[in-house]
Design a protein around this ligand. Structure first.
Ligand SMILES: *Cc1c(COP(=O)(O)O)cnc(C)c1O
Length: 367
């Protein structure tokens, strides 16, 4: 039996939108008492999308449930997506594309080295994704045009293009549902209504979707979005664009869906924990990562979630008496060692092998 899906229950007309159940929802919420005590704050909670699915968790699963269903419905045989070399999104897409019978093609860009980069590359390789790395966005764009043309000739079908991070309006529906899912957990008494939700801001889909769901429900919760990618991609403007496009899609599918206007006052984009660049681990992040592991047994990553928790902890230290705060973990918590066991990095395309031959960045304390 299909588990209840809050978005479709609340808006039955949206049930015409294709969705493939890939994850385990609702994801758990719990309080973080030891971490809260360590930093001198009161009400701290976790929404753990790290366990959003068995094979590979994290925030991309919610988006992929819609994106891959849309790709299958469109008759595609392959999906093409984009990211930096260690992209959690590209790895998750590879895992779940195979599950629904699609070939995954990852067009990747050079990035700073880290253990998780190696692991995600091996995941892609293990599940049979086609991996390509480029030094510049221009080279990537040219190769993508060629690859798309070749896919059409070879299979007779257009490949389905998934934008970076899965943040199209279709993908963003997954996070509209996430807000409705959280609302049910609040109603059930699993946590109080948070005053603030801390979540990373990458390609904007998670934040835009949450804001739509919260606004549709009339929640006043503020979303504190910690920018972890270049300001050109991640900004209040990028969130607003995706918010508006996704509301338009929702209203096309269900005209009774409210004509929501962007709740600018509910969104706080923070640029001060980005550090020195995308996927460059920061000292504050490394400290937050250590605290989460020591006090709550929670594994974070240096590129996204550690920077986000660092912001939360810094704010809690300044205003310890503020209301319930929710940390939204977007990073895969599943152990991938059996998935990648026996996968030999020597089988990677030559251009990607350098991640296994050059040192990790100094703050990579994962092992
Ligand atoms: C992709 C990703 C994000 C960013 O989410 P967006 O919806 O792209 O803004 C955050 N955390 C992790 C671990 C991710 O992989």
């Amino acid at each position: 039996m299909m588990a209840a899906f809050p978005l479709f229950e609340r808006y039955p007309r949206l049930a015409c939108v294709a969705r493939r159940a890939l994850g385990d929802f609702p994801t758990p919420v719990r309080s973080l008492p030891k971490l809260a005590k360590a930093v001198g704050t009161a009400d701290l909670y976790l929404k753990n999308d790290g366990v959003s699915a068995r094979a590979y968790g994290g925030n991309k699963v919610r988006k992929l449930e819609f994106l891959l269903a849309d790709a299958v419905e469109a008759g595609a045989r392959a999906v093409v997506t984009f990211g930096y070399a260690g992209s959690n999104h590209a790895a998750a897409t590879a895992v779940y594309a195979r599950e629904v019978g699609l070939q995954a093609i990852s067009m990747l860009l050079l990035q700073p080295n880290a253990s998780y980069v190696r692991r995600n590359l091996l995941v892609g390789l293990a599940v049979g994704a086609e991996l390509h790395e480029f030094r510049t966005p221009t080279a990537l764009a040219a190769a993508t045009a060629l690859r798309l043309a070749r896919a059409r000739v070879q299979t007779g079908h257009a490949a389905y293009v998934i934008p970076p991070g899965g943040s199209s309006p279709i993908g963003t529906l997954g996070y509209v549902n996430a807000a409705l899912e959280l609302d049910r957990q609040i109603t059930a008494g699993e946590l109080p209504e948070p005053e603030r939700i801390y979540i990373p801001l990458g390609s904007s889909g998670s934040v835009a979707g949450l804001l739509i769901g919260l606004a549709a429900l009339g929640h006043r919760t503020r979303v504190v979005a910690i920018r972890v990618a270049g300001a050109r991609w991640a900004s209040a403007a990028s969130v607003q664009r995706l918010f508006d496009r996704t509301v338009r899609l929702l209203r096309e599918k269900d005209p009774s869906f409210a004509r929501l206007s962007f709740p600018a006052v509910q969104l706080e984009v923070r640029h001060d924990f980005f550090g020195s660049g995308y996927a460059k681990f920061s000292e504050e992040g490394a400290r937050a990562l250590r605290l989460a592991r020591e006090h709550e047994g929670l594994s974070l990553d240096g590129s996204y979630t550690a920077k986000t928790l660092a912001a939360l902890l810094a704010d809690a230290a300044i205003t310890p008496g503020s209301g319930p705060t929710l940390f939204w973990n977007t990073y895969n918590s599943r152990d991938l060692s059996s998935l990648v066991a026996g996968t030999d990095p020597a089988r990677l395309p030559a251009r990607l092998r350098h991640y296994f031959e050059t040192p990790l960045q100094p703050l990579d304390h994962e092992n």
